[in-house]
Structures are given as structure tokens and as C-alpha cells.
Design a protein around this ligand. Structure first.
Ligand code: S3P
Length: 203
């Protein structure tokens, strides 16, 4: 899995296999694995652009008045995924909005191709599996799929899950390489290169 391209660039254009037209009026979607900092970076980006910010997990929790972990426990993952689909369809019509999506949103029910790529600009925040596992160790508590895992179990889960999700995530309009030589940088330091990447895509 690449970390930076051969020019040591921060980003690469998408590997989308079809001609997804860039819909520059629609939302800017940040996608990626759990722990990739989508919400933190999304909030910073929205602030910079003067856009509204929406986190889909938070939006779902408000709409259904239950925590994501409760929805998983009481209704199961499949019903949670159906709710995600309803919500992303609803949000896809928003303008001047940055949306950070739950890590599974783009990879289930064909949401990425059917809803997101055709309604806005999609950016994949990419980290290596190892870095994601390290980051998740400290913030896994609220995430039902990983809360019970630690150490090598967590590392194995992230590696396994990322191996099928990554090829879907890379269909985003743009892949943004978040880790610098295998290390995390503070999200604040990612903001400027992210804005440059976005501008190169939207001009
Ligand atoms: C999930 C990611 C979570 C949340 C749920 C499932 C996933 O969102 O939607 O726990 O399957 O990747 P974050 O990516 O914001 O943690």
C-alpha cells in the first residue's frame, strides 16, 4: 500500500474505474477507516471553507436517539447499514457542507458509487493498517467493531478489514496520504496540504 507517490506528493487522483463526474457544488465527503481523523480534519476543513460540518455517526445518533454502539447491539449491523444509506441519501443534496462519514459508509450497499461519487467530492484519508491500529488503540471504546480488541487482535482486524475496504476507498476522487514516513501528524498540519489537494481537484 503506498504512503506517498513517487514525487512524494500528499495525494493521488482516484482510481475510480468509471467516469464519475465531479459534482463540485455538492458536499465534500471525507472517507476512510475508523481512527483516520475524518471528524477532526473535517471540522477544520469546514471551518476554513466557511462550510457546515456534519459527522454521519453523530447525525445518526441524533436522528435515532441512540448511540452507534447501542444501534449495533440492539438492532444489529445490517439495520445500522440501512440507516446509513437513508442518511447519506438525505445529506447528499447539501451544499457548502463537509461530511465525515462512518468508516463503513462508503463500503456497504454501494453507497460510494451510487450516492457519494455522483453527488459531491470524495476524499479518502489514507493511513497504513499499522498506524490505524495504533491510533485506534486509544479511541476504540465507542466503536463497537473494535472496542473489545487489543494488541495483535486489533492489528489483525484492521489489516484484514482494510484489505477489502482499501480498494473501495481508493475509488474516491482523491486519496490523501495522511501519514508522514509512517507517523501520524497533528490534524492541524494536514489541513494546508489537504486544501491544496482539494483545490487542484476542483479548479
Ligand atoms: C464503523 C465506523 C464507525 C461507525 C461504526 C462502524 C466501521 O465510524 O460508523 O462504529 O464499520 O468502520 P468511524 O469511522 O467514524 O469511527
Amino acid at each position: 500500500m503506498p504512503q506517498k507517490d513517487k514525487d512524494n506528493s500528499w495525494f493521488a487522483l482516484g482510481e475510480t474505474p468509471y467516469n464519475a463526474e465531479l459534482c463540485s457544488n455538492g458536499p465534500i465527503y471525507l472517507i476512510g477507516f475508523m481512527g483516520a481523523g475524518k471528524s477532526t480534519l473535517g471540522r477544520l476543513l469546514a471551518e476554513h471553507l466557511g462550510y457546515r460540518f456534519i459527522d454521519t455517526d453523530f447525525f445518526i445518533e441524533n436522528r435515532f436517539r441512540k448511540k452507534v454502539s447501542e444501534l449495533f447491539a440492539t438492532e444489529g449491523e445490517e439495520r445500522f447499514r440501512k440507516k446509513e444509506r437513508v442518511i447519506i441519501e438525505e445529506l447528499s443534496g447539501f451544499e457548502h457542507t463537509v461530511i465525515s462519514t462512518g468508516g463503513g459508509m462508503p463500503v456497504f450497499n454501494n453507497n460510494l458509487c451510487e450516492v457519494m461519487l455522483t453527488s459531491g467530492t470524495v476524499i479518502y484519508l489514507q493511513y497504513t493498517a499499522q498506524e490505524l491500529a495504533t491510533r485506534l488503540e486509544v479511541c476504540k471504546r465507542t466503536r463497537p467493531k473494535v472496542a473489545h480488541l487489543s494488541g495483535s487482535e486489533l492489528q489483525e482486524y484492521v489489516t484484514r478489514e482494510l484489505s477489502w475496504r482499501h480498494p473501495i476507498y481508493t475509488q474516491a476522487h482523491l486519496t490523501f496520504f495522511c501519514d508522514w514516513q509512517g507517523c501520524s501528524l497533528p490534524e492541524m498540519e494536514l489541513l494546508s496540504p489537504l486544501i491544496r489537494a482539494l483545490n487542484s481537484l476542483r479548479k
